[in-house]
Design a protein around this ligand. Sequence first.
Ligand code: GAL
Length: 687
Amino acid sequence: MSIPKGSIPKQTQLFYGADYNPDQWQHAPEILERDIELMKQAGVTSASVGIFAWTALEPEEGRYEFAWLDRVMDRFAQEGMFVFLATPSGSKPIWLSEKYPEVRRVNKNGRRDASGGRHNHCMSSPVYRTKTAQMNRALAERYKNHPALALWHVGNEFSGECHCDACRMNFQKWLKAKYQTLEALNEAWWSNFWNHTFTDWSQIPTFDESIDGLSVDWLRFTNDQHVSFLRNEMAPLRELTPNVPCTTNFMGTHEDTNYWVWSEHLDIISNDLYPMPDDREETWKQSIASDFIHSMMRGMSGGKPWMLLECSPSSVNWGQINKLKRPGAHRQEVLQALANGADTIHYFQWRKGRGGFEKYHGAVVDHEGSDQGRVYQECAAIGSELVSLESLCQQDLPQADIAIVYDWESRWALNASCGPKAAKAIQPYPSDITTEACQAHYRALTVAGQSVDVLSVQSEFTDYKVLVIPALYMVSDALGARLQTFVEQGGILVGSYLTGYVDENNRCHLGGFPGAGLRETFGIWNEEVDYLHDETEVSIVAELGETYRDVAKDIVEILHAESAEVLARTASEFYKGSPIVTSKQVGLGAAYYVGAKLGDDGLSQFYQQVLSVHALHPKIRMTMPKGVVIRQRESAQGTLAFLFNYKREAQSIELHDQTLRDLATGDLLTGHVELKPYASHVCVIDI
Ligand code: GAL
């Protein structure tokens, strides 16, 4: 890779723009001119072009039509703007999928998709790989020296699975390379159960929910297939344009894509995020869930800048209720991404299309078409604010003291295991126990004023003071040993319910949970787990019984403290008195275990105690209610503080020893400060 990770060589300012579909407006050339005018007026620097434009680029096999795109590229260059040129693999031309049916996916029932839809190509199909590589080569040949070309936007939101014969054969080959022998595979999958022993590689199906080892391997394989497809797409781009970085847009914690693996192959990390405003709920929790995802992008880019490549400037059109963002909420989302290391803010979409599935999706420019709309004007104001924040551009985001481990494979293993109660989804994210647990711990630490990084199980842990592994269900012996070493050498490890149940093959650890050596590390034996109905609550009291009171819900483990000290116990149910929060000194460090799903306040109290015992204080001292968040990011002019009120109600804070100066208004924030609903202040820190 010739480009340093996280950089776009042509970027000298924060990029601001949108997905732009001029291919839909070829019959109306005046629209392009009007768009350029409106973009300039709104401070737009860049646009992602051509994401679903394959037929416009190749109307029939082998006949390319670049004239419309030439015009867009040239006009952008003339105006000093940039294009993130998409490869159009996200949606197959109908001529292609009719002529070569093998490019269409096959579902679990063996039925091949009809042409149409999108994001539904077969990743194994040699024809589709050849056709996408040819298209990408043609694009790269044509625009390799074009001044507007800043970035390759490869495909769009890859995901999903295909069960065709080619994918099944590739899966069998992948398994053979992994296990070498059928004996090893049968042992890893515990295939004697229900008589599922395989005696020939060709017998192995792509799914069988009763073989939970297979389910996890299938997701690993499918993830690898996507990455291999992506690499095939990038090969001609890398060859012809070695100085133009490649990205593909992620979808946060999307269930079937292990983005830790993908991120190793990309030059720059980008993500799409659509928090759904719903003021019947506690929106501040959703905002912190967005921060969690942003922190993960920071983790994937190794602290380098990343891109928010899609967000809506107003509502989406695919929710159950498509509510508009309340005043201040959108500016806050933009600043939140910047506070967490983004150097690019792009919308879906620039202009509402006239027809089709997304004609009512939020856009900067409405069907009305002028600059008079509320959304356009709000976006234009943000555009000029971003110019004033240019000093953030290309500045790394410093490492936090605390990290949470988020592992897709562990999530897959847990979801594939029949028994643990499914967690309720935290809308709008497809969620599950793993994501919910990680976000709850991230939230409690955020409420305590801490910055938190998000890491993979492969990451280097040693530079962190605190490592949190919420519901890290799958722990191999090697990982268990690394965690033990982390604690022995002075780290503080926090584990939670459902940690260390299975090995890398989704087989239960023998010898008592948590396995892989963690029984010794935490000093506990988790004998049983009680999954509760929604309305059931189990009382929790602190060992000394005074201040700490909470109720646990959903999941309560029945623990024995073997060499750990008990910090809190259950106070109801037949297991009343069993330890629920424990701590153990190990070498120079300490290991804490939280064996139940505590309430938000209970978890916050737990962290307050841990952080104060280990003298981990927030960098900026302030008294703040839940839903107020402060973050810091370096800029070319020193550290900037981003202060947010994530709630739709006004809230007040007390700054103890710092004065902050709001960059936009010049106001000084000191002592007691009132924060308006959805207030966002970007501040210089005057000490
Ligand atoms: C994204 C997708 C965009 C657009 C958007 C609407 O998932 O990449 O093309 O459909 O959703 O919210």
